[in-house]
Design a protein around this ligand. Sequence first.
Ligand SMILES: Cc1ncc(COP(=O)(O)O)c(C=O)c1O
Length: 430
Amino acid sequence: MSNTRSPLWHPFTQHALADAEILIEKAQGSLLYTHDGRTIIDGISSWWVNTHGHCHPALVKAVQEQAAQLDQVIFAGFTHAPAEKLALELLKFTPSGLSHLFLSDSGSTAVEAALKMAIGYHAHRGKPRHTIVALEHGYHGDTFGAMAAGAPSIFNDIYAPFLFKVERLPFPEKNAEEKTITAFKNLLEKNAHDIAALILEPLILGAGGMRIYSPSVLKQLSDLCKTHGIILIADEVMTGFGRTGTRFACDQAGIMPDIMCLSKGITGGILPLGATLCSSAIYDAFYVKDKAKTFWHSSSYTGNALACAAALANLNLWQENDTDAQIKNLTARQAAQLKRLENHPFIANPRQCGTIIAFEICHKEKGYLSSIASALYSFFLNHDILLRPLGDTVYVLPPYCISDEELARITTTIIKALDAIGSGALKSAA
Ligand SMILES: Cc1ncc(COP(=O)(O)O)c(C=O)c1O
């Protein structure tokens, strides 16, 4: 039977099984307000985008003012002050070595542009390369190039015949990091001049289960890329703008990627925007008096003035609110919350990367479709907490403005859920 509730097709939603969507009327800070009077704590920053909290007055004001001045203008042959200022400010804010940026609309489109830049870089220098290397369990989005770079999974199974082939390095598990490095070295031995790019999520794989790995592996992989002229694409769509405890995850490894993909936190979560930053070597490979070597890539809303104004306001907030200190503070508060959880008998592999905490539920069903995920999701929502477990992985990734009380309530609810699993009451409790 088809869904008769609404003509809308929601993301990652099996409408034949899902409950009716919750109607949200407004949001402020860490809180979502429903049409029927509930207040829900947003424990995942609404899919990892909302860094400063919802409807931050400075971001709202910037968007309102920009909307009254210039909304959107074709970005080929035209430009505008918010985009120009954003480019300069963003390049100051991000790791050194990046000199130009291409704007798009989302994390996936930032990744598509990155892959095309990397392939074009080699081709335009007359030495085309055809292999992309990625990390096992990686996730880079749901467009075709991004799906190809991401791990084969339930998300892309039926599209597999349409995806380009990618070489995958084993995920650098703790104390087995050498396996990843050796696998990369083996690939290099066989095929170094055909490898165009290594794409990875630095330090923590988000959708792949909040898997954390060490900055030293990242550094070694980056060094190998440099030695062999391979473009390193750091997909900081999730990790960027403070999530891992520093402004960018790459900062912790002291590396300078050739390309960096940004989105999510770039506007503080108020408007969609993607940015693909690259080195001057990449830009220069396209910068020739030959139309055929143009970067043939666009989308209608590229450089949207409202999104650029929001991103600029976001960067201002980092200065004015001392967001670096806020992140340090949230990192410490999250460590305290993890302490409350880590000895619970139903928790495995408790871990933290900056402002993110995660753990696995000890449960017989593993994997993304594990029924425990939907039971927990419902349990949390019934307690007015928004958490969306990735299969048996539970994580908390809150806005930086979350209060002590709200954070503590999330943990208390998780403990209640774990206890309910213990007593076998989770489903009835939900
Ligand atoms: C690391 C990473 N890259 C890319 C994407 C895709 O971003 P979007 O959903 O904005 O297309 C995501 C989304 O979660 C992500 O976590």
